[in-house]
Design a protein around this ligand. Structure first.
Ligand code: CMC
Length: 441
């Protein structure tokens, strides 16, 4: 049963004894408990007392921080933000409410909601000078390359919100980042297709405004399709935060050096770009194109199982979810609604559904608990909406910005903040003498 959130290190009475068989010494390691999830063994004093580090490359068994924002139970397929289930948030809430919950700890009441929406809405424009950054990029630059650059560059424009020790400045930076990301993302898209930038419209919702800035042109009126706006809002909710994933850990690590929030979020964007993380939604579409036809599925499944072949089924598997990805279940429904509304009969979707069916019956995938993740469906919806595949990861970044900045804010507000500095197991050369170049073999 859920307990109330622990305020300090919630030490249990329990300890774990670690025996060093090299010298017979024993060490008592405290066990900490959270509100939910497995207990953790506190090893912070281990090096000082026992002169050993722990070894956990890729952090599969390491809790890197305490957090109250998001909880995932990978076995149950459970994802909670501030205690609210992702399914309920996706069905009943909207992205602005979820942003408020992530950032401030709870869903807003009516007054808080109004105020928050106002704050975000009135930060959607970017400094006019930012436009010139775009012109320095090639038109065929990958949108994520542009996003890494322009988001980092925001720190050169908003000097008045860079003091990370001032709560008000932290808050303004958070609002600016959440509000300006869609504007920057839409500008990236417009730049790539040679169309004029569209200024944000404050009468539209967050999702509507984003679609407007991406797909409207100054020459004619644009009416936002409510089905697409609803699907976009769901995509934003479903990608908003995901606990200590690679990009969030990157943001926290960058922030632990006291770097400014714009620089930290740019670091997160760079990490998200990789195909094993946010780049997977683009990779799914590219993979479906590569497979080409249903008849080729068995051949590609064999390749995915072959350890000598680097091919993997993109959009399948997850480091944490080992039964199903709750975000994928919600998005599958949205995917159907969007395709129905747009009357899209997409061969790729049929191919994707067939691939899903065959893979889920295949013992290799069943035994390893590999099932479609959120990226498997988001790519298909975004394609149907008219986004080119290169933009998919940018959309992920637009949504994840609230998670990154909430996690960053939580970390900065932690009194025990220290720079992140993992250690290593060195297995390189032992000390040796410098050999002059003429004597080297
Ligand atoms: N296709 C084929 N085999 C796979 C796949 C896949 N997509 N994913 C994992 N495996 C196999 C892997 O070869 C290994 O087999 P074995 O035990 O025989 O060596 C086993 O399953 C466990 O895999 P792992 O590499 O240890 O798993 P991981 O937790 O390190 O990797 C992952 C997780 C998401 C990086 C990986 O499943 C993957 O590369 N999936 C495709 C990329 C993808 O869809 N990524 C999006 C993740 S969800 C969005 C996000 O959080 O960013």
């Amino acid at each position: 049963m859920a307990k109330s959130a622990p305020q300090k290190d919630a030490k249990t009475q329990e300890t774990m004894t670690l025996k060093d068989n090299r010298n017979g010494k024993s060490y008592e390691l405290p066990i900490l408990e959270g509100t939910m999830g497995p207990d953790v063994v506190d090893i912070r004093k281990l090096y000082a007392e026992a002169d050993v580090f722990t070894f956990d490359p890729s952090f599969t068994a390491t809790g890197s921080c305490k957090s109250r924002i998001t909880f995932i139970d990978g076995e149950k397929g459970q994802l909670l933000h501030r205690g609210y289930s992702i399914e309920e948030l996706a069905e009943k809430s909207n992205f602005m409410e979820v942003c408020h919950a992530l950032l401030y700890g709870d869903l807003p009441n009516e007054k808080e909601y109004e105020e928050f929406v106002h704050n975000i809405t009135y930060h959607t424009m970017v400094h006019e000078q930012v436009n010139f950054f775009y012109r320095g990029f090639r038109r065929d630059a990958h949108p994520m390359a542009i996003m890494c650059g322009v988001v980092a560059a925001l720190s050169a424009f908003y000097h008045d919100s860079l003091d990370i020790w001032d709560p008000e400045q932290r808050e303004i930076s958070a609002h600016r980042l959440i509000a300006k990301m869609p504007t920057l993302a839409a500008m990236t898209y417009k730049y790539s297709i040679g169309q004029p930038f569209m200024y944000p419209r404050n009468d539209l919702s967050f999702a509507e405004n984003f679609l407007y800035m991406c797909f409207a042109v100054p020459a004619e009126p644009y009416k936002v399709n409510p089905v697409l706006a609803d699907a976009m809002d769901k995509i934003l909710i479903l990608h908003a935060d995901h606990e200590q994933n690679a990009s969030t850990s990157t943001v926290r690590m960058a922030g632990s050096s006291q770097a400014n929030p714009f620089a930290c979020i740019a670091a997160g964007i760079a990490c998200l770009w990789g195909p094993a993380h946010g780049g997977a939604n683009q990779a799914v579409l590219e993979m479906l194109d590569e497979i080409g036809h249903k008849d080729n599925i068995p051949e590609f499944l064999e390749r995915a199982k072959d350890k000598d072949d680097p091919f993997r089924l993109m959009g399948f598997g997850h480091r944490v979810y080992k039964n199903f990805d709750p975000r994928a279940a919600v998005l599958k429904k949205s995917c159907d609604a969007v395709l129905k509304d747009l009357g899209v009969k997409d061969d790729r979707l049929e191919l994707a559904m067939e691939l899903e069916r065959i893979a889920l019956e295949d013992p290799y995938f069943v035994e390893r608990k590999l099932f479609p993740n959120v990226d498997f469906y988001s790519g298909i919806i975004l394609k149907a909406m008219g986004f080119p595949v290169e933009m998919f990861t940018v959309l992920f970044a637009v949504s994840r910005t609230v998670g990154w900045i909430s996690q960053w804010k939580e970390m900065i507000e932690e009194p025990s903040l220290r720079i992140g500095r993992p250690r290593q197991l060195y297995d390189g050369a032992a000390p040796r003498k410098y050999v002059p170049i003429s004597k080297r073999k």
